[in-house]
Design a protein around this ligand. Structure first.
Ligand SMILES: *Cc1c(COP(=O)(O)O)cnc(C)c1O
Length: 370
């Protein structure tokens, strides 16, 4: 049995055709027709006016905070249970992250805890959708509006997910996506910042393009920017992937539902991901599980011995060594997110997972956990 990686993308549509077109026409840089096409098609799909294609989701987050002019003294409320990319720009810009605990079943941010942490210094709420279920984005946006706070919506794991018939990524003042190969659609590396606000869009474009000027004064830059430009090659991949997104979502849900069904018999030893929380139906970005008894390392080691790839859950931000280097988190206690880290792991669920491989994973999981 060959190795079953935790993720393999599926590149069976027009990917090769569009990428070949870039090479045949010499348009391989961030100039080229696929970028605008991809920006327009993706922002239209999500239901937003503007989209800026960038190098990755982490860059899109950094831009979002910069566009909203995050400054030292400002506070940003965000879940502790998320990727490190969420906190890096906050700390770099000298602002203060305020961490919120998770719900034990959906693994998304606990809205009561979030609400209690608003202060006059709160400038932004970073709402992150985790693993497959949307966070309570409607409530979060209402709370933010009442308190005159911006919302950045991190929908990096949520392409095509819907809440109240609206796509995730269409709620925040600014929203971001990633197109890393484990996301629902990929550009290899890549990301996008979406907004309905033309001023935010223009600023994001400007900062991501070295703050270059216009026309004659192009090389006179009025601020320090970044080169976060996506290439035509990446956008070509993205456009071909986007054409298949509805099928991809169906397939991811098929994989998730299959595991759900097979693992019902293991519910004494593992907690399965929640299928539907009344707000959204799980889109299974990853298929995450919580061990109820066995140490998670032991399970992962057994599966690795059987050539099955797994990953641990996110390390909560308040216990991240990198975060502790920049702020004192010693008094912060967020028991649910700490518990998720201690007990959580996810198993292969990429779009390229064959039925044969999934059968093998199911069989090995049952034998390891029985
Ligand atoms: C993947 C991810 C990102 C970062 O995207 P990259 O393209 O890997 O930089 C940001 N936020 C969340 C929630 C993610 O899952």
């Amino acid at each position: 049995m060959p190795f079953v990686p935790v993720n393999t993308p599926l590149l069976n549509g027009n990917e090769l055709k569009y990428v070949s077109e870039c090479i045949e026409t010499n348009w391989v840089s961030s100039e080229g027709p696929f970028i605008k096409k991809f920006e327009n098609a993706f922002s239209q799909y999500i239901g937003r006016k503007c989209g800026v294609a960038v190098t990755n989701g982490t860059a899109a987050l950094e831009l979002a905070f910069k566009v909203l002019n995050l400054k030292p003294g400002d506070e940003v409320i965000l879940p502790a249970f998320t990727i490190i990319s969420c906190v890096i720009p906050i700390l770099r810009m000298g602002a203060t992250p305020i961490f919120v605990d998770s719900d034990p079943n959906t693994w998304n941010v606990n809205v009561y805890d979030l609400k209690s942490k608003i202060t006059p210094k709160t400038k932004i709420i970073l709402a992150v959708h985790i693993y497959g279920l949307a966070c309570r984005i409607n409530e979060i946006c209402e709370i933010a509006k009442e308190n005159h706070i911006y919302v950045i919506e991190d929908a990096a794991e949520m392409h095509g997910q819907e809440v109240s018939d609206r796509k995730c990524g269409s709620f925040g003042d600014i929203s971001i996506f990633s197109f890393y190969p484990n996301k629902h659609i990929t550009t290899g590396e890549g990301g996008m910042l979406l907004t309905n606000d033309e001023e935010f869009d223009e600023k994001a474009r400007w900062y991501s393009n070295l703050c270059f000027g216009q026309g004659h004064d192009r090389y006179e830059c009025q601020d320090l920017g970044w080169n976060f430009r996506m290439t035509n090659l990446q956008a070509a991949l993205g456009l071909a992937q986007l054409e298949q997104i509805e099928d991809f979502i169906i397939r991811k849900r098929e994989i998730g539902n299959r595991y759900d069904k097979e693992f019902q018999s293991l519910s004494g030893v593992i907690q399965l991901p929640q299928k539907n929380d009344g707000f959204s139906e799980n889109i299974y970005w990853v298929y995450g599980l919580l061990s109820k008894q066995k140490p998670v390392f032991e399970i992962m080691k057994h599966l690795a011995d059987k050539k099955i790839g797994t990953r641990r859950f996110f390390c909560p931000l308040h216990i991240q060594p990198a975060v502790k280097k920049y702020m004192d988190t010693s008094t912060i206690k967020l028991p649910i997110s700490e518990e998720l880290y201690r007990r959580g792991f996810y198993i292969p669920s990429g779009l390229g997972l064959s039925e044969f491989d999934q059968n093998y994973v199911v069989q090995q999981m049952k034998s390891v956990l029985a």
